[in-house]
Design a protein around this ligand. Structure first.
Ligand code: ACM
Length: 388
């Protein structure tokens, strides 16, 4: 444990710089670096520097498990930030729990999980699936075609979306999964099926490098995003930058942050980010969660005086911060985060025009106890939650 008063405090960083989800995880890693530099520039943790220790798990669950054990046991690290795919988070949780370490997980996910040793800063299903279902069924129609990558997050996310669609009188035409490394021809045959079945919209839980194949195949099959959009929780500015803005235009994503959010905190962070990493980099929902969670962690470390897990776990619940998306709060009971659900439509510049913005934060309901947005807003609205 890093306990000497002048030693740096080490934080493990477990994002992939290779493999199928490297672009989005590198975005999360850049956000982590930016926040750590800001924290150190402002005096660190009561004078102690935050020192990031990087490992590349190559988008492979077994490597995440091996590397987090190495960070905890060999590097004596107590806090690790990282993981994108839910399969990788599931792989590390037993190790984090066994060593009573702490994982900060900055990615939207399928919910139905709680660990004493994890702080979840990405969206839970009631913060993205629920508003997306309401928006798509209200604006496009009720016949849905589902396509996803072949692993736990898409299975579970589709199960939740199916419940929401059926409850609202909708119909699921098909549910297809493709391997994480599926190529162009697999996506083209799915797009042809979509064209043949003519759904009202497509719900995509494709992640990583498959996203660009999916949107390209959709265009190749002659589908019009303004009539039959792809609605996603995982297609962000970063994937669109990789595939080209023209392929994304017209498609829809639900997220708790878009680069286009006008909040002054976001504008300040964007300016710092572009100065540090160049004007060409974009931000996204996972970047933002990776960024603000470092500042939440630093605030908790300043209060507790270091990286002791039990002390941090007592301090983190209830902490609030002005994040780029708006004010956020770590939930007192479930280790998830109060966030700001939004719906965005991609424009020709690869940015999201915001179609719907929540009036305040929404408490995470990771076990989807309520299936209604109205219940959520009523039970968790409060005087400081309304943003202009
Ligand atoms: C994910 O696998 N949680 C995107």
């Amino acid at each position: 444990m890093t306990s000497s008063p002048n030693e740096p405090i080490k934080v493990g960083v477990l994002f992939s710089s290779s493999g199928v989800t490297a672009p989005i995880e590198l975005s999360q890693q850049r956000a982590t670096i930016l926040a750590a530099e800001e924290i150190n520039h402002a005096g660190g943790i009561n004078g102690r520097e935050l020192q990031l220790v990087f490992r590349d798990p190559a988008s492979t669950p077994a490597r995440y498990a091996a590397l987090i054990e190495q960070l905890i046991v060999e590097e004596q690290i107590r806090v690790v930030v990282g993981c994108y795919m839910s399969s990788t988070r599931k792989a590390v949780i037993p190790i984090v729990e066994r060593h009573n370490a702490l994982l900060f997980y900055p990615t939207l996910y399928e919910g139905f999980e709680y660990s004493r040793n994890v702080i979840y800063t990405g969206a839970a299903p009631n913060q993205n699936s629920l508003p997306l279902a309401d928006y798509m069924l209200g604006h496009f129609g009720s016949r849905v075609f589902m396509v996803g990558s072949d692993y736990i997050y898409p299975y579970e996310s589709n199960r939740i979306m199916s419940d929401l669609v059926f409850e609202r009188g909708g119909e699921k035409l098909e549910e297809i999964y493709l391997p994480l490394d599926a190529g162009w021809s697999s996506y083209l045959s799915v797009a042809k099926k979509i064209a043949a079945q003519a759904p009202d919209f497509v719900f995509s839980t494709v992640v990583g490098s498959g996203i660009s194949h999916m949107y390209r195949a959709f265009a190749e099959a002659g589908l019009d995003p303004y009539k039959t959009p792809i609605a996603s929780l995982t297609t962000s500015e970063t994937e669109v930058a990789a595939m080209g803005a023209a392929l994304g235009e017209g498609h829809i994503t639900a997220a708790t942050y878009f680069q286009s959010v006008s909040d002054p905190v976001n504008q300040r962070c964007l300016a710092n980010y572009h100065q540090r990493f160049g004007s060409g980099v974009v931000t996204d929902m996972c970047w933002e969660a990776a960024y603000f969670q470092m500042h939440v962690l630093a605030n908790a470390m300043r209060i507790t005086g270091g990286d002791d897990t039990n002390a941090l776990l007592k301090t983190l619940p209830g902490l609030e911060l002005n994040a780029p998306q708006g004010r956020i709060r770590i939930d007192e009971h479930n280790h998830h985060t109060y966030l700001h659900p939004r719906i965005g439509r991609l424009n020709r510049h690869g940015q999201f025009d915001i179609l719907s913005d929540s009036p305040g934060w929404t408490r995470a309901d990771p076990f989807v106890i309520s299936h209604s947005l109205v219940d959520e807003a009523e039970s968790h609205g409060g005087p400081d939650e309304v943003r202009s």
